[in-house]
Design a protein around this ligand. Structure first.
Ligand code: DX5
Ligand code: ZN
Length: 218
């Protein structure tokens, strides 16, 4: 279903070659570029910060979708906005003042995303619907690529789609997306699929057709 957007996660790309990797996935049909920022505190892994995001920005022609797995979030919002993020997604679990965080993201000129860990319910989301442009439902516990899809999140996404109704809010799924799991999520209303290992597996900047085949297979 090509109304569904594919957002490859560069967490599975060659970190020494981000510019060429981004150009390759976009040439091969990626709709957005998903950038996973990890702080070694909110999640048990470290990736990169605003200077790297700024450096890769000039290679992104589509949409730079920045997933912040950091706590606290607020001190870094302006830096990621200045780095050129189109969408900045913060976790509901990252602090006590998610409403303030989402407001600050929009004030910084970005679209605001709200991410939910697999163990987090939807109750709090209904109070934030007028603050957000995207909900990112994590279908793995955040921190690493290549983990298995958590099935219990299908029912959550079905309820989330009902809650959102016809508001212009994307439902993005992140973690364990493969050609087998993707249809479970698009069937219940997801419209953006993040995929790391399933896109980059077997390919490379010298063999980018594999990325295209992998994207089309999702
Ligand atoms: C996990 C990240 C994901 C990750 C997905 O914490 O937020 O974006 O890269 O990787 P796969 O698609 O391999 O599960
Ligand atoms: Zn992510």
């Amino acid at each position: 279903d090509r109304s569904v957007k594919i957002a490859p996660s560069i967490l599975s790309a060659d970190f020494a070659n981000f510019g060429a990797e981004i150009e390759a996935i976009e040439a091969q049909g990626a709709d957005w570029v998903h950038v996973d920022v990890m702080d070694g505190h909110f999640v048990p892994n470290l990736t990169f910060g605003p200077p790297l995001v700024k450096a890769i920005r000039k290679h992104v022609r589509t949409v730079m979708d920045v997933h912040l797995m950091i706590a606290p979030v607020d001190p870094y919002i302006d830096a990621f906005a200045d780095a050129g993020a189109d969408i900045l997604t913060a976790h509901l679990e990252a602090g006590p003042h998610i409403h303030r965080t989402l407001q600050a993201i929009r004030d910084a000129g970005c679209k605001a995303g709200l991410a939910l860990n697999p163990g987090t319910g939807l109750d709090d989301v209904k109070h934030l619907l007028d603050m957000i442009d995207l909900v990112c439902v994590m279908t793995v516990n955040p921190g690493f690529g290549g983990q298995s899809f958590i099935e219990s999140q299908v029912a959550k996404v079905r309820s989330l789609r009902e809650m959102i109704g016809d508001r212009p809010i994307h439902i993005e799924i992140d973690g364990g997306i493969t050609p087998d799991t993707a249809p479970l999520m698009t069937a219940v209303g997801a419209d953006v699929l993040v995929a790391g290992s399933a896109v980059f597996r077997g390919g490379g900047v010298d063999n980018p057709g594999v990325y295209g085949a992998n994207i089309r297979a999702i």
